[in-house]
Design a protein around this ligand. Sequence first.
Ligand code: MN
Length: 133
Amino acid sequence: MAARILIVEDNEDNLQLASKFLEMAGYETLHARSGEEGIAVAIKSVPDLILMDINLKGMDGLTAAAIIKKDPALKTVPIIALTARAMVGDMEMAIARGCDGYLTKPVNFRTFPSVIAGYLGETDDGKKENPDS
Ligand code: MN
């Protein structure tokens, strides 16, 4: 079964682009356009991974990520922060607030699927790595 990735992004072009590249790589995508909606979709659908834009209208992505990580059913779901603000300290802030990783925008869509696969613990061909091998 394809891994399901929740994309939380308030920019429609970025949302559609990320979605297209992930679907081309064989993933299913779920979409949310605000932090509040992202939390609701995460609780309802329990995705395998969450891509979280930090700069959202209303609740920011780091606050949404922190709330998601407090949910016992969601605390092991990797959250990758997406931000255009490539500033020193942002990565530390994202990790401190519960994110598992960090990608700066504009996203390099050529390497994007393999980066996501790495966070999912998959090999490039989409298979789970055998931890015993
Ligand atoms: Mn945004």
